[in-house]
Design a protein around this ligand. Sequence first.
Ligand SMILES: C[S@@+](CC[C@H](N)C(=O)[O-])C[C@H]1O[C@@H](n2cnc3c(N)ncnc32)[C@H](O)[C@@H]1O
Length: 385
Amino acid sequence: MDLQTLEFLLSNDGQDLIAELKTLMSDGISELRSQEILRAKYPARSVSAAVELLLLRHRARDKFSRADSMFFTRIGLEQSSSEVVSRYRAQRYKPFENVADLCTGIGGDLIALAEGRSCTAVDIDPVHLKMAEVNANVYEARPSDTVLADVKDLAFEDFEAVFIDPSRRSQDKRILDPRFGEPPLDWCLSISSRIKNIGIKTSPGLDKAIIPEGWEIEFISLRGDLKEAVLWSPSMSTAKRRATLLPGEYTLAALSVAPVVVDNPGRYILDPDPAVTRAGLVSNLAQEIDAWMIDENLAFLSSNRYLATPFAKTWEVLYSGRWGLRHLKQALIDLDAGSVDIRKRRSPIDVEQLRRKLDPVLKGTSRYMVFLTELSGNPWMFICS
Ligand SMILES: C[S@@+](CC[C@H](N)C(=O)[O-])C[C@H]1O[C@@H](n2cnc3c(N)ncnc32)[C@H](O)[C@@H]1O
């Protein structure tokens, strides 16, 4: 969408177009026919943009409670932070009255950062910048200023703190290594010579070796999906590493070095949330909940008591033994298995092939979880419920 089309959609005529399109679609008129009808009255480009917008609003409901009033580009929506994540992160900006949301995109972070404080939104893309302003207003959050600029040209002395969410796209291709985002991670880190309080959203796959001394890395998962890592400058840091699980806001930090306690698997296996695993906090979790690791290099914990924790899923072990297809099939028959979920950790087995091989024996009624892993160097399997 270009700026002119966005401005049309924001005008009274554009709002009428969107409303008419919604009515046609909810009356069951096909998208093609709706477009034909509307093209008689509105510019073709605006009609196509309105169709795309309604599709994106529908997709955005997972991320934003007010998606139906917001404006998106496809890339802007894909890269935006969800409302629950941005609200959580914005809490660290509580001490500051004047902040900047750099690379504001469609405003996923702005809606939380501009609430109750002065916040300047900056983006190099005029369409995103306008959308960010409109979307923040949808949440009654008003950016104090919107600046169309390359963040690399900013004078940072105007702000107490900044949040940066670099672009992870280049010419429609996804950039997997955050070092090569736009602006690159090196540049984001380098502004610490000009401003003290910085939060940088980055990919959870980031090589931890490149994190400068004194910075915190926080891994954030949402409903069990690892979403992002945030780098906090020393003045905003609360721990060296942190795992945060949303929406419950459960957080676990590496405040001290936890001893690694390893023992044989007990009655229960605990599968930590990916944020805990990625943050390298499995032994800290074990210490906190009084569990043990079953292998020093494996992110599974164990206990003989049922342990309820938001940081891991607890499974009762019904079968534990060396990996072997024949044994697995027999154990599943004995357990009256009708279906299985299979998860592997440090196992070379092809899950899809295994699923096909197990199909003929799954004639029962119960559902189980099969973990394929390695224990003390041996291929291992657990059947759990
Ligand atoms: C990952 S998106 C930001 C998402 C946003 N935090 C949200 O939740 O909606 C990155 C944004 O950075 C902008 N951008 C990329 N390079 C930039 C630069 N050098 N200066 C300013 N903005 C830039 C892009 O236009 C894009 O809108």
